[in-house]
Design a protein around this ligand. Structure first.
Ligand SMILES: CC(C)(COP(=O)(O)OP(=O)(O)OC[C@H]1O[C@@H](n2cnc3c(N)ncnc32)[C@H](O)[C@@H]1OP(=O)(O)O)[C@@H](O)C(=O)NCCC(=O)NCCS
Length: 164
């Protein structure tokens, strides 16, 4: 199913959005606009071409990860700075009606493309999964846990670049 992914705007219908996790629904309806205004996070949404109803969204902001938290085999190839810059997907949610249609994967791919195009140094896409089920989705999508069983995961952008 084709989707358009673009920045959240007032014309998008967020009222009916329901992903099964009330805090993520509330964030889209009550908080996302404020975060955008304050430049704390940007929010990108997906909708079908003929509808403004939001099928999914994610937020993206700048962040960092301590080098000492990164697994040795990856850290070895990084400069010895105390922290490395990342693009953080703070929230990702797909409306229940659209789950299982590869939209979540498409949103992650879109976030990675945006991070790669960013005109500043970004080493990886990073996420804080809300629970083990979400972490399993991210691992399935190629993300690596910072520590074994950690809900903090990252995906080096070099990995994405090598897939293009
Ligand atoms: C988790 C979520 C974002 C996944 O989005 P989705 O559009 O339903 O997932 P997709 O259809 O894109 O799945 C892509 C792949 O991941 C797999 N996958 C989906 N959820 C998974 C899970 N929990 N564990 C492991 N794999 C998973 C799919 O089987 C699919 O595999 P394939 O590429 O081999 O076919 C979505 O279900 C959701 O919004 N859930 C509620 C909110 C939430 O948990 N958000 C997580 C942010 S912390």
């Amino acid at each position: 199913m084709p989707f358009i992914i673009e920045a959240l705007a007032s014309r998008h219908d967020r009222k009916g959005f329901s992903c099964g996790v009330p805090p993520l629904d509330r964030y889209l309806k009550e908080q996302a606009g404020q975060d955008i205004k304050r430049r704390a996070a940007l929010c990108y949404i997906a909708h079908e071409p003929e509808s403004d109803r939001i099928a999914g969204y994610y937020t993206l902001s700048a962040g960092d990860v301590a080098l000492q938290d990164i697994p040795d085999d990856v850290a070895r190839r990084l400069p010895r700075y105390p922290v490395v810059p990342v693009a953080r997907v703070g929230r990702l949610a797909i409306d229940t009606e659209f789950q299982g249609k590869r939209l979540g994967a498409a949103m992650l791919w879109d976030a990675a493309q945006k991070a790669m195009r960013a005109e500043l140094g970004v080493f990886a896409l990073a996420v804080d999964a809300k629970d083990e089920q979400a972490a399993a989705f991210y691992r399935h999508s190629g993300f690596i846990a910072l520590q074994p069983n950690s809900l903090r995961l990252f995906l080096p952008l070099q990995t994405i670049a090598s897939l293009r």
